[in-house]
Design a protein around this ligand. Structure first.
Ligand SMILES: Cc1cc2nc3c(=O)[nH]c(=O)nc-3n(C[C@H](O)[C@H](O)[C@H](O)COP(=O)(O)OP(=O)(O)OC[C@H]3O[C@@H](n4cnc5c(N)ncnc54)[C@H](O)[C@@H]3O)c2cc1C
Length: 556
């Protein structure tokens, strides 16, 4: 392992053949979708929209804007909800046309690894892996890779890529840039754990190739040797990260692996041009069920036992949860009310009488015996928390799973519907959603803090999400500008409370352009300044993804 990384030559063709839209008005007219993301943040503008097709094109574009000290924003699937891909003038660099799988190999430890361009969507990558039709241009790969490809196709096992950030139109490179995760990350881990190698184009157009385990910091430092022989020293910030699932700020510790510095850096340190991931063998089947409980507390205690948190109530041996997703009593009340009113959820079945909260659980199985053991384990667990297997929705049939998907989908849709109706009257209205995770032993306390603080405030809200990771999304639905202001203040208050008890302000969505204050709440002003120093080392003029993570004022 070393601390010195040298830049390499960019790959691929030059700018000929690259689509460049060179007019701000044409971008507004024909490419308006590229000027925002799922946060609705804007209005924004860009003078130039480039659809890169190769690493070399990315390098040339970055070198050009670097020399002119102009802003450049990286755009991917635009499903982000913190405004990261929304341009702030200058160049908007879309990677949507870099969407191929380009390599396959066996790592020294025997795991299979696939290399893909950054613009492939998670849906497309998984589809190709499932069909075993990777679409690698075999004429361009070595004999060794061709043999590996043949072995992969001939292998009886099915494979998949585990990170699943719900919106599967998200691009692979962006999910790395944000360390995306999802319901099943509780078991499989967030994106970071599935990435083995990255190629990254730095702000000046030079490229580094970083494989996990090859470069680790010594005394909190790395050296990057540039093409002209100059070397820059990268100093790792000294703040401590929360021990929860986390996507806020740079991933740091004194002997950090260089690859981890770029994962979750939200495109502020460089543009990811190639990603090598490690797919996993698909289990034979997945047991999925939604269990109902008489109260929020019963549901949370069930989760705590299922996770193995409780010394006096060990979880049944055969229970190995893959996902644990929570719906609070307000989510169910909200759904029932909207169903009566004929909303989106009118097509989902009636929730059982007395169901005040729900937990969706999933577990992999390999054969009939392991399925039966898991089933009995969950049954025992449910019985101990005032629920029962007979009452659950779920199973393994497609129609059972469709019912679960419909329920999850309709809560999100109904929340969006309330916001859209309020927005029609007051355009500034938007949903206020937290992305907080806390240590497992503080979950109940954080939940009570939400409920106690919001009691009597006359705000519509629901709480649901990735409870396995103690990562719940509180969604407040303000209906007028006064409520919006109150909700915005509350979101920051909740984030500060989470930090006080060892949690994070963002477990999966990142900081983007909308949550700077939250990052400061987590790492303080000194932490932010150290991050800004790191950013300036890689991007002296601060033009790459300007305004993402922290304000440009810190970079001057
Ligand atoms: C309904 C809904 C549900 C969601 N659920 C989840 C969830 O469960 N888990 C989760 O993690 N997220 C979730 N998200 C957020 C979002 O899907 C993820 O953050 C996703 O990783 C963004 O991918 P994208 O391609 O849309 O990126 P974009 O929004 O286009 O970009 C995201 C950021 O990455 C940067 N970036 C993009 N590509 C690169 C690159 N190649 N190199 C460097 N920087 C780059 C962009 O500049 C931007 O800052 C959800 C979003 C929605 C709308």
């Amino acid at each position: 392992m070393g601390t010195v990384v040298r830049t390499v030559q960019p790959k691929g063709e030059g700018l000929a053949g690259c689509t460049i839209i060179d007019s701000a008005s044409k971008i507004i007219e024909s490419y308006a979708d590229y000027l925002t993301d799922e946060s609705g943040f804007g209005p924004s503008s860009a003078e130039r929209l480039v659809f890169a097709r190769s690493e070399k094109q990315i390098a040339l574009v970055l070198k050009d804007v670097y020399e002119r000290e102009e802003p450049v924003t990286v755009s991917a699937g635009r499903t982000g909800i913190v405004g990261g891909a929304v341009p702030t003038g200058g160049t908007l660099l879309s990677l949507a046309e870099m969407n191929n799988v380009i390599g396959i190999r066996r790592l020294p430890d025997g795991r299979l690894a696939l290399t893909a361009e950054p613009g492939i969507t998670i849906a497309e990558l998984n589809d190709r892996v499932a069909r075993k039709e990777l679409g690698i241009a075999t004429g361009l790969v070595t004999q060794e890779q061709r043999s590996e490809l043949e072995a992969f196709v001939a292998d009886d096992h099915a494979y998949f890529y585990p990170p699943d950030p719900t919106e599967d139109t998200a691009h692979l490179g962006a999910t790395v840039a944000t360390n995306a995760s999802g319901a099943r990350s509780f078991y499989y881990g967030a994106t970071r754990e599935h990435v083995h190698r990255l190629r990254i184009c730095l702000s000046n157009g030079e490229v580094i190739d970083v494989e996990r385990g090859v470069y680790t910091a010594a005394d909190g430092k790395f050296e990057v040797v540039l093409g002209d022989g100059r070397s820059i020293t990268v100093k790792i910030p000294s703040y401590s990260m929360p021990e929860t699932k986390n996507a806020a700020g740079y991933f740091v510790h004194s002997d950090v692996d260089l690859i981890d510095l770029f994962i979750a850096s939200e495109g502020t340190l460089g543009v990811i041009t190639e990603v090598e991931v490690v797919p996993r063998r698909r289990p034979v089947g997945i047991l999925s069920a939604l269990a109902f409980f008489g109260s929020d507390n019963d549901a949370i205690e069930f989760v705590r036992q299922a996770r193995g948190d409780l010394d006096d109530q060990p979880r049944p041996g055969a229970v190995v949860p893959m996902a644990l997703e929570f719906f609070d009593s307000r989510s169910f009340d909200f759904l029932r009310r909207r169903k009566e009113e004929g909303g989106e959820s009118s097509n989902i079945p009636e929730l059982p009488d007395g169901a005040r909260a729900g937990v969706l659980f999933e577990q992999e199985f390999e054969d009939e015996d392991s399925l039966m053991a898991a089933y009995e384990g969950w049954e025992e667990l449910l019985d101990g928390h005032g629920s029962s297997m007979e009452q659950t929705w779920g199973g393994m049939e497609e129609s059972d799973l469709a019912k679960l998907r419909a329920l999850r989908h309709s809560i999100a849709e109904e929340v969006n519907g309330v916001i859209a109706r309020a927005k029609a009257k007051y355009p500034e209205i938007h949903k206020i959603g937290t992305d907080i995770a806390v240590p497992h032993d503080r979950l109940m306390e954080m939940f009570a803090y939400y409920r106690d603080t919001l009691a009597g405030m006359n705000l519509e809200y629901v709480i649901f999400g990735h409870i396995g990771d103690s990562h719940l999304h509180l969604n407040i639905m303000p209906v007028d500008p006064d409520q919006l202001r109150v909700a915005e203040d509350l979101a920051l208050q909740f984030a500060r409370q989470a930090v006080k008890i060892g949690g994070t302000v963002s477990a999966e969505h990142g900081i983007g352009k909308l949550k700077h204050e939250f990052l400061e709440a987590l790492y303080g002003e000194d932490g932010l300044r150290e991050m800004a120093v790191l950013k300036r080392t890689f991007d002296p003029s601060g033009m790459l993804n300007r305004g993402v993570m922290f304000s440009s004022d810190l970079l001057t």
